[in-house]
Design a protein around this ligand. Structure first.
Ligand code: PFF
Length: 466
């Protein structure tokens, strides 16, 4: 590694590839599986508005901070943070942000693969026309039968992990870059096709109304923290994925037409990523809610919405086999580009410590696969073995997404806002507008840390009060 910021792992070919890769990380199960069902649970439009505010006021500033730290550090999050701590002449303990991120990424990868692999199974079921003419009870039973079958889930979890780590093993250019260049455009096309399909159904207007009618009476303190947590998870913040991707982002790029070099702006790239992520979340809502309303189904279904209610809706509709299959292919693409970003930081760290990429990917993927078996079993053999927050799966999910991610976000905001030298931050960000820079600084120094503390406090409080 040298001062010119050329990491050993290689660089993204262009700013757009960085934007695609980071959007690929951001757009995932959080957008397509989680966002629609929590929006359903918290009553629709007003929650959406709250979520948008959280993305703009907390998500964007922290994402800018993460990319800035990554590009400045130029290495895997652990080594970048060590380097930045040294440059800022503060304790090397700040490297802990990197370790914490690696731990959360590892935990999330283990269960993310399991849930994503349900979508793999559902592609197969949709293609075979299994959802056709199903009743609500049959759909529920179908979901439960899948979860009750540890071998089936182990198989699909294994396949998904191989797909994920296979891409990571190929490296930044040949693996990550190529994957996002194919999968992201495919994802956008599929989403547009599915929204177009939803627009032809009688429930479309009702679905749109549900997403965009703002009924503020439904808002509560709880909705605020849930929206905040969702904004944070959906943008992949707090664990170093975005920091690692930032490290592969060039500072300058040559303009093909003029031949001159231009600085690559972090601020505007992040705004585009956050906007695309939000569009996909809203698009997923637009593709799903009309189908539910058309089938007279409840939008407040909870986590089963995508796997129980939606197949039911597809099963009742003309073209349901085709569009149902496309929908689950979309989910697989989205989850795949996210899980790649969960594995990359740790693999990059091992590579910097002298391992080959293939061996590092095998090690990280293998370990996450083993831990994921605990999540597989949480739905069947270990279903009744509950402790603390519930099953093994529920504990890992709670610890990583409700505690470790916001804790990582808090530390990242504090480091970027208070520890990193101002001159360094300003230089790296190179924002044209001083007012915007000051707004970012205020948000990242005060507002974001307070918000993160609120999310963690709420998580602990709600855990303690069942
Ligand atoms: N942003 C992803 C989603 O919405 O599904 C999840 C995620 C990926 C979280 C990568 C954190 C991360 F580092």
């Amino acid at each position: 590694m040298n001062e010119t910021n050329k990491p050993v792992h290689g660089m993204w070919t262009s700013r757009w590839v960085f934007i695609l890769a980071a959007t690929g990380s951001a757009v995932g199960l959080g957008n397509i599986w989680r966002f629609p069902y929590i929006t359903g649970e918290y009553g629709g439009g007003a929650f959406v508005l709250l979520y948008l505010a959280c993305i703009a006021l907390i998500g964007v500033p922290i994402m800018i901070a993460e990319v800035t730290l990554g590009r400045r550090g130029g290495l895997s999050p652990i080594h970048s943070m060590g380097r930045l701590a040294e440059q800022s002449k503060v304790s090397r303990r700040w490297k802990g942000i990197g370790y914490l991120g690696a731990l959360s990424g590892f935990l999330i990868l283990s269960f993310y693969s399991v849930v994503a692999s349900w979508a793999l199974i559902y592609v197969w079921e949709a293609v075979r026309g299994l959802f056709q003419g199903m009743t609500a009870l049959q759909s529920q039973a179908n979901f439960e039968a899948m979860q009750a079958n540890p071998w089936l889930m182990l198989g699909s979890h294994s396949l998904f992990m191989v797909l994920t780590m296979g891409v990571v093993a190929l490296g930044v250019k040949r693996g990550l870059e190529r994957a996002v260049e194919v999968l992201m455009p495919l994802l956008f096309v599929l989403l547009v096709v599915l929204i177009g399909y939803a627009a032809t159904t009688p429930g479309f207007a009702e679905g749109v109304g549900f997403l965009f009618a703002f009924d503020f009476s439904k808002l509560s303190g709880e909705a605020v923290v849930i929206a905040l947590g969702q904004a944070f998870f959906t943008l992949s913040l707090g664990m170093g994925a975005i920091m690692a991707y930032g490290a592969y982002m060039p500072r300058e790029i040559k303009d093909k037409k003029t031949g001159r070099t231009r600085p690559v702006s972090i601020g505007s790239s992040v705004v585009i990523i956050a906007a695309l992520d939000t569009l996909v979340a809203l698009g997923a809502g637009l593709a799903m809610f009309p189908l539910l309303f058309t089938g007279n189904l409840e939008p407040a279904q909870g986590p089963g919405m995508m796997f129980v209610t939606l197949p039911l809706a597809f099963g009742q509709m003309p073209g349901g086999v085709l569009f149902g299959s496309l929908f689950f292919v979309l989910v697989v693409c989205a989850a795949w580009t996210s899980s790649i970003s969960l594995g990359e930081p740790m693999v990059a760290w091992l590579v910097e410590r002298g391992r080959g990429r293939g061996a590092a990917a095998l090690l990280v993927g293998g370990a996450a696969w083993v831990l994921g078996i605990g999540s597989v079993l949480s739905f069947n053999l270990w279903k009744d073995h509950t402790f603390l927050m519930g099953t093994f799966f529920e504990n890992i999910e709670f610890l990583s997404t409700s505690i470790l991610l916001p804790l990582g976000g808090l530390l990242i905001a504090l480091f970027a806002g208070w520890v990193m030298k101002e001159t360094q931050a300003r230089k790296e960000l190179a924002m044209k507008s001083f007012a915007l820079y000051m707004a970012w600084r205020a948000l990242v120094r005060i507002f974001s840390p307070l918000a993160m503390i609120a999310v963690i406090a709420y998580a602990i409080w709600s855990a303690a009060h069942g």
